[in-house]
Design a protein around this ligand. Structure first.
Ligand SMILES: O=C(O)c1ccccc1N[C@@H]1O[C@H](COP(=O)(O)O)[C@@H](O)[C@H]1O
Length: 214
């Protein structure tokens, strides 16, 4: 068991979900965004959520979702948190938290120090801030592209609440990422895949082991 929280994200099959849980992930994430190669529909999500034991937190990753999308998604089963990965405002986060009673995470796209500072806007409404690399203008996805940002930008970050690091992490670089950033939670998707959307169980295990040895 690691003192750091580990989120394995973009899971879409029972065997890779089981691998993440077996390897000691504290959080498992499921992407519900049609443009993503990791998109899971609500009925498939329901079957996956049924497999997650209660000590493992389940996170739904969504991008600028409307209420109809969230109504549908949250009927699938136990989602402990929603990771809002679009351009959601603090007011929208607060409204989602009120309406659904789940934890709300805000993914903040980072390229410069100003992006880190601007995350303060969400301090009072987000249950967790997830710093992720900014994807290129015009990209289909706002995350899940295996891109990383300059982790030294987080060196002097004084967190007012829970936070995590995401973007381009893999079994080989996660220890350095934690050493530089001091992140208490690490989140990975592409770095434990063989191709977009195809998770590799050995890489999932290697990632968890790398974090557990920090
Ligand atoms: O993975 C996706 O396809 C995705 C789609 C829409 C929003 C976010 C998405 N991914 C999340 O981005 C981070 C970083 O991923 P990576 O490790 O750099 O591939 C992670 O939370 C993904 O789940």
């Amino acid at each position: 068991m690691s003192r750091l929280a580990i989120k394995i994200c973009g899971l879409s099959t029972p065997d890779t979900l089981d691998a993440a849980i077996g390897a000691g992930a504290s959080h498992v994430g499921f992407v519900h965004f049609a443009k993503s190669p990791r998109h899971v529909e609500a009925d498939r999500l329901a079957a996956l959520l049924d497999r997650a034991p209660s000590h493992v937190k389940t996170v739904g990753v969504v991008v600028d979702p409307d209420d109809a999308t969230l109504d549908h998604l949250l009927r699938a089963g136990r989602l402990d948190a929603l990771q809002l990965h679009g351009k959601e405002t603090p007011e929208r986060l607060a409204a989602i938290a009120r309406r659904y009673g789940v934890a709300v995470w805000k993914a903040v796209a980072v390229k410069t120090a100003e992006d880190i500072r601007a995350s303060g806007l969400y301090r009072d409404v987000a249950d967790l801030i997830l710093f992720d690399a900014k994807t290129p203008d015009g990209a289909d996805l706002p995350g899940g592209m295996g891109l990383r940002f300059d982790w030294t930008l987080l060196r002097d970050y004084r967190a007012a609440g829970p936070w995590g690091l995401s973007g381009g992490l893999d079994p080989h670089n996660v220890a350095e990422a934690v050493r530089i950033s001091g992140a208490p939670l690490v989140d990975v998707s592409s770095g434990v895949e063989n191709a977009p959307g195809i998770k590799d169980m050995d890489k999932i295990v290697a990632f968890c082991k790398a974090v557990q040895h920090i």
